[in-house]
Design a protein around this ligand. Structure first.
Ligand SMILES: *Cc1c(COP(=O)(O)O)cnc(C)c1O
Length: 428
């Protein structure tokens, strides 16, 4: 499609956009009385209008029913989390029995490592990507030390080549080969948080299995963003937070995937609690643990219903729209943003560079832009103009136009603001 960098053209794209009405289902913050241009749905998604209603329902049931709400609320609390399985399974490409919601992301990855990182003998190493999200680094480091190993020796990082912004699949496969039977676990972010690069999860998972390792994925930046087929790819486990692309609210509950081949398997250990106990027998309070025959066996505590309520509100919207429609709009709006950036770059004499992969299948919603010469000042200027981006050291802004609520006109408008900001600085 031949794009044009004009307001009329952007408005025409919005008119043709089948998802445009969803913009009104979200609440935008305002700067100078105007709704912001929101590029940080990869950090904290906007609030769906329906979220408050779902929370209010729980507050009302709690007030009117108190403990009876566990069984007699409109949406009873004792199995509230089960409302997620089918819908979440569609988002991540899994069987409903393979997904559950519980805890938060880093906590879940720790718990899943109880099951899937059990170093012994020669096989004790973890392969991850260099400069992983800090929480993942701390988690992997502390797990390795917990098991009595030296992180310097037990953690193997996949590296980018000198002067390159993105990882090459061939280098990842080679590293897996190199570590071979010493590899206990591969644990990588499915979409790199810094560059937005999408990893070839199917190929990498297979390569990990070929050397006898377990393979898990941190899908913080992938869930609700890219197409996932966790079952088909034969992934062992995965977890994601819900407050980024999935718009569930700050710090909210994480989703987990545990491949069905591990359900009911006695040789896969797990930390257990009463919410993972067979639900028909849960309230018999018997001493022996009978696991649910699903990913729910990994649940420990009773679910945080007030937190799950807005997550459910958001998930129902995902279910209504479906990932294919979101991905279709995503591809178009990201391509348009890229085009607008390239047009502006011509006018401002190559001040910036997109470090996200250029191929559509290697990226999702996010474009990371390296600013040459420009610094934090430009970021601050954008904030003052009502453009919310985020800043990463040393000189990168990340732009993620979430297809649920961003418009093509936002992209055009952003381009104009950016150009003005850079030109006014170049003059002085
Ligand atoms: C956002 C993010 C996290 C956040 O972890 P929490 O436990 O939810 O605080 C972890 N890992 C990655 C890769 C992330 O992008």
């Amino acid at each position: 499609m031949q794009f044009e960098n004009t307001r009329e053209f952007a408005r025409q794209l919005d008119k043709e956009d089948k998802l445009s009405r969803y913009r009104h289902e979200f609440i935008f913050p305002k700067v100078n009385g105007k709704e912001v241009i929101y590029f940080v749905g990869n950090s904290l998604g906007l609030q769906p209008r329906s979220a408050k209603k779902y929370v209010d329902e729980i507050m009302k049931d709690w007030a009117e029913l108190a403990v009876e709400g566990h069984f007699y609320a409109d949406k009873p609390w004792w199995d509230y989390h089960e409302r997620f399985s089918e819908k979440l399974a569609k988002v991540v490409g899994a069987n409903p029995s393979e997904v559950t919601v519980m805890n938060t992301l880093t906590v879940n990855l720790h718990l899943l490592m109880v099951s899937f990182y059990r170093p012994s003998g020669k096989r004790y190493k973890i392969i991850c990507e260099e400069k992983a999200f800090p929480s993942d680094q701390y988690m992997i480091n502390s797990q390795v030390r917990f098991h009595g190993y030296d992180p310097e020796d037990a953690i193997v990082e996949i590296k980018r080549r000198e002067g390159e912004n993105n990882f090459r699949t061939e280098d990842i496969l080679q590293k897996i080969q190199e570590v071979g039977e010493e590899c206990a676990l591969l644990l990588i972010g499915g979409v790199n948080y810094y560059t937005g690069q999408v990893f070839d999860m199917e190929t990498i998972t297979k390569a990990g299995h070929d050397v006898g390792a377990f393979v898990g994925w941190d899908l913080a930046h992938a869930a609700g963003n890219i197409e996932l087929k966790l079952s088909e790819w034969n992934v062992d486990f995965a977890a994601w937070c819900s407050y980024k692309y999935m718009n569930s609210g700050p710090g909210n509950a994480s989703g987990c995937f545990i491949n069905k081949k591990y359900h009911n398997k006695k040789d896969i250990p797990r930390f257990e609690g009463w919410w993972g106990h067979n639900k028909e027998r849960r309230f018999l309070m018997e001493p022996e643990f009978h696991p649910e025959p699903t990913a729910d066996a990994w649940q420990i505590s009773n679910a945080p219903i007030l937190a799950l309520a807005p997550y459910l509100a958001s998930l129902e919207m995902f279910d209504e729209v479906g990932m294919p429609a979101l991905i279709q709009k995503r591809n178009k709006i990201v391509a348009y943003l890229e085009y607008v950036l390239q047009e502006i770059d011509k006018d401002v004499e190559s001040t910036f560079e997109i470090i996200t992969p250029a191929e559509q299948e290697d990226r999702g919603t996010q474009l990371s832009v390296f600013l040459h010469g420009e610094g934090r000042e430009l970021f601050n200027y954008l904030m003052e103009q009502g453009v919310i981006t985020d800043w990463r050291e040393p000189n990168v802004i990340r732009l993620a136009p979430a297809p649920f609520y961003c418009s093509f006109e936002d992209m055009y408008e952003f381009g104009q603001i950016l150009k003005k900001g850079i030109l006014s600085k170049q003059k002085v």
